[in-house]
Design a protein around this ligand. Structure first.
Ligand code: GLU
Length: 286
């Protein structure tokens, strides 16, 4: 059952500095929650310990403070490791996971992906027998993948509610057998996000359209784990003046740079809140 009041979350990874697109997600999420008398939460998605840094987490807090946005609570995702492991164990007990020993190079070669495209995993390790998997596991840690076809058959037909559009068909097969737990960090974005959205009582997921491809798989994981279904609000993306998508690596367009240049944070937040969330991606000048 949905909570009576909207609960939204802003879930950045402290692996770089935030840009205007993050500010739009934060502003729209906070507005939806506050307008409905609900709560707006911050979740620091810091599970990728190879890339996340405390100074980036500090910058997230500083950027939100500058915009005039104060979360009702903060969840640091690495503190939820036991719950992520438990969710993975549950899927494994259902017979829906398998260890994968492939390297990135193996996957790219097997899928013969066009240069630069991200290949869906071709399922190389799916049929491996237990003895072979155990022998290989002696040499290196595997990733754990979801057998998506099997999982989708267990879950049955899935949909999600997209704000302003209605029910959408969720087809999780397109992403291939996604990684539930990476071999280097022992956990993965999809499973952690789903477990934590439920843990935090999130009723409405507000995030950029670039993350819409994650939604069918996240709906699948929610169904398998018996977790509640949030509504989704995938908003338009903001573009740099030359039409490029904003990226964390472009220092000039970060919120930290705007803050340092003396831009008025609350005024910027108000302008972002006025931008209709739907419609084509657009250039936004701070
Ligand atoms: N941590 C993800 C990101 O920074 C956001 C995940 C989400 O909103 O579901 O892109």
């Amino acid at each position: 059952m949905q909570a009576e009041y909207p609960v939204t979350r802003f879930a950045p990874s402290p692996s770089g500095l935030l840009h205007l697109g993050h500010a739009l997600s934060a502003v729209l999420g906070a507005r939806l929650a506050r307008a409905g008398g609900g709560r707006w939460l911050l979740r620091l998605e810091d599970i990728d310990t190879t890339r996340c840094r405390p100074d980036f987490a500090d910058a997230i807090h500083a950027d939100l403070g500058w915009l005039g946005l104060v979360p009702d609570s903060v969840l640091v995702q690495t503190t939820r490791r036991d719950a992520h492991d438990a969710a993975l164990a549950r899927l494994t007990a259902m017979g829906l996971t398998y260890p994968c020993f492939c390297t990135r190079a193996d996957i790219a070669a097997a899928a013969a992906a066009p240069h630069g495209a991200q290949a869906a995993y071709p399922g190389t390790c799916r049929g491996m027998d237990r003895a072979e998997a155990a022998a290989r596991a002696g040499s290196r840690d595997p990733a754990i993948r979801l057998d998506v076809e099997k999982a989708a058959a267990v879950a049955g037909p899935l949909t999600w509610m997209e704000a302003g559009q209605g029910r959408m068909v969720a087809d999780p097969l397109g992403e291939g057998d996604i990684v539930l737990a990476r071999k280097d960090i022992g956990v993965g974005y999809m499973l952690a996000a789903v477990a934590d959205d439920a843990f935090q009582g999130v009723t409405d997921v507000v995030r950029g359209r670039d993350l819409i491809e994650s939604t069918p798989v996240q709906r699948l994981l929610q169904a398998l784990l018996g977790l509640p279904e949030p509504r989704y609000h995938h908003h338009r993306l903001l573009l740099a003046p030359d039409g490029r998508r904003l990226a964390k690596r472009d220092r000039a367009e970060t919120l930290a740079a705007l803050r340092a240049a003396g831009v008025d944070g609350p005024a910027l937040a108000a302008r972002l809140a006025d931008l209709p969330p739907g419609g084509p991606d657009c250039v936004f000048l701070p």
